[in-house]
Design a binder for this molecule. Sequence first.
Ligand code: ADP
Length: 627
Amino acid sequence: MADAQVETKQFQAETRKVLDIVINSLYTERDIFVRELVSNSADALEKFRHQSLVEKIEFDAHVPLEISIDCDDKNKTLTIADSGIGMTREELETNLGTIAHSGSQHFFEELAEAAQKDVSLIGQFGVGFYSVFMAAKTVKVQTRSWNGEEGWEWSSDGGGTYTISPCTGLHRGTKIIIELKEDAETYASKYTIERIIQQYSTFVPFPVKVEGKKVNTVQAIWSRSKNEITEEEYTEFYKFIATAVDEPLFRLHFSADAPLAINALVYVPKENFEVLGMGRMDPGVNLYCQKVLIDQHSENILPEWLRFLKGVVDSEDLPLNISRQSLQDNAMVHKLRKVVTKRVIKFLAEEAKRDSDKYLTFWKTFGLFIKEGVTSDFEHRNDLAKLLRFESSVSESDKMISLDEYVERMREGQDKIYYINGPNREAIENGPYIEMFKKRGVEIFYTLEPIDDFVMNHLGEYDGKKLVSADRADLDLPETGETTPESENKETGEPLDSKSIESLCTWMKETLGDRVQEVKTSTRLVDSPAMIVNVDGHMTSSMERILKASGQNEAFGMGSKKDMEINASSPLIKQLAVLKESETEFAKDVVEQLYDNAMIQAGLMVDPMVMVKRNYRILERAAGSDK
Ligand code: ADP
C-alpha cells in the first residue's frame, strides 16, 4: 500500500551534472561530506531556534536542540539526525532536487575544475548536501517540518532520479541515513566520525552527540575575552565560519558597550572567490543577538562592498524576536552597521600603517571592493579614500602608494592631485599625457584599472585638493621652477611662429570637422606632436571607453567634446605647416593620421579600416613608391 504513494522524480539537469562531478571527483578529502551534513543540521537548528523566538511553536516544542550521529559498523551505515526546522514536502523537492545557482555552463566548468583541485572548495559552491554521494551508495532523508505537517522520506542513489514518499512517526527535524559504499566503510566507525567532528565542527553551536556522547564544546568564541582565546582557536573558528581550509589574512575581534553593545569577530580571507570565477559572493558575516543566530550571511549588517568579510556580529541590544524581514528597516541594525563598518575601515587603515607590504597583499586581492565602496557608499567615501592605493610616476613599478603619501610629497604651489589612466605603466610613460609632469617633476598617479577613473571622479577631492585627470583640456600644471635632468638635454628647437601655428590650427580644425571642438597649441607637450584632451572635466577618456563598450555613452549624452592640442616645437608639426601649402591633399592625410594616433594614445577607438588604408598611402610616399 505504501508503495502506491512512492513518487519517482528526475533530478534537475544541473543537479545531475553536479552529482556527476561530486561522485567522480577526487576522494582525498572525502571527510568533508560529514562537515557539510553537520553544518546543514546546525543551520536547520539555528533556523528553528530563531523561528521559535519569533512565534510560539507548539509542535514538538520539548525536543532538545541537538545533532545526533549514529554509526552502524555491522550494516555499514551512518545516520546524522537533527531536531532543526525540518522540511515540508515542497521544500524537500526544491532543496534536494534542484540547485540554487542558475546553472550556467560557466558555473559547472568552475565547479569541475575546483573539484579536481580541491574537493573542499565544493562547499563554496553551495552544493554541500550532494557531497554525501562521494561516500554513499544510497541516501535516505527523513524529515518533518516544524509546522507539524506529516513527515516525508526522500531517497536516492545519486543516479538520475530520487523518490519521495510519506513517512510517519517522525519527530521534528531531519535524519539522514547513509548506506556507505564499500570503499567508504570507515565512516561507519565512530572513531572516524569523532575525529572529523573535532577537526571541522568543534564550533557548531549545538551539542553534537556521537553514539549519545557529546563530542564538541558549545561556545560562542566571539563573546569570550581576547586574551583567553588562542591563535589556534581563532584560526579554527575562521575555518569553521568561512568553510575555509587555510588561514585568514586579517582578523578583527572587538567589543563595545556604547553606543551599542557589540561583540564582533570578523576575518579577511586570503582569496577573493569572486575573481576565481564563482560569481558574486554572498555576504559572509552572520548577525547574532545574545548568541542566537538572527540572520545568516546577513545583507543588513554590513554594506555590500564588505561582502568579502567572514565572521560574526553579535549585539545584545537587538530585540531577540526580530524577524528577518524587518531587519532592513530597523534603526538599531542601521546603527550597528554604521559602527561596525567604521570600525572595519579604521582597522584596515591601521593595518596599512603597521605592515604596508601585507596591506598591499590585501589591496591586490580585495582593492576592487574598496573601490566599489568609494563609488557606491557615500557615507563612508571619505574614510575609504585613505585605503586606496595606486601606482604613480614616483612609486616603483608594482608598488602602490596612498593619497596621503602623494599629498605629503606635493610640490610647492601644487594644489591638485593628478592622475592618468592607461592599460599599463609603460603605455602611460610612453604616452603624451605625462610629458610635462616629467619635465616639471610633478608626481602623477597611474590609474591602471577600468574602474579607477570612476573612483577618482566619485571622490572628487581629497584633503581639500581636487583630483584631476591629466587628459583634461583645462589642465594648468603648477610652475615648479624645477626641471628634471632628463628634460634638460632635450633639443626642442625653435617652435613654429605664432601666426603659422594659428593658421595651421584653423586649417586642421576644418579638416577634422566636428570630431574636435578646437585644435590649439599645447603648453604641455614636450616630445609628442599631438594629443587629445577632454573638454568636459568630469569625463576621462578611460571612462568614455568603458561607457561606450557597455553601450551607455549615448544615454549619458557624452563622449564627444574633445580638443586636439599640437606641439609647435615638434618637427612633424613644423613640416606639416609647409606641406599644407605645397601638398594639401597629402597634408590632410597626415592630419587624419595624427588625430587617429592621438585617439589611440587616449585609449579610444578609431576606424581601423580607414586608418590602415590611409597609413598605406603615407607609407607608399615614405618609401618613394607613389611616384
Ligand atoms: P546549502 O546548505 O549550501 O544551501 P545544500 O545542498 O547543502 O546547500 O542544502 C540545500 C538546502 O537543503 C539547504 O539550503 C536547506 O534548505 C536544506 N537542507 C539541507 N539539510 C537540511 C537539514 N538537515 N534540515 C533542514 N533543511 C536542510
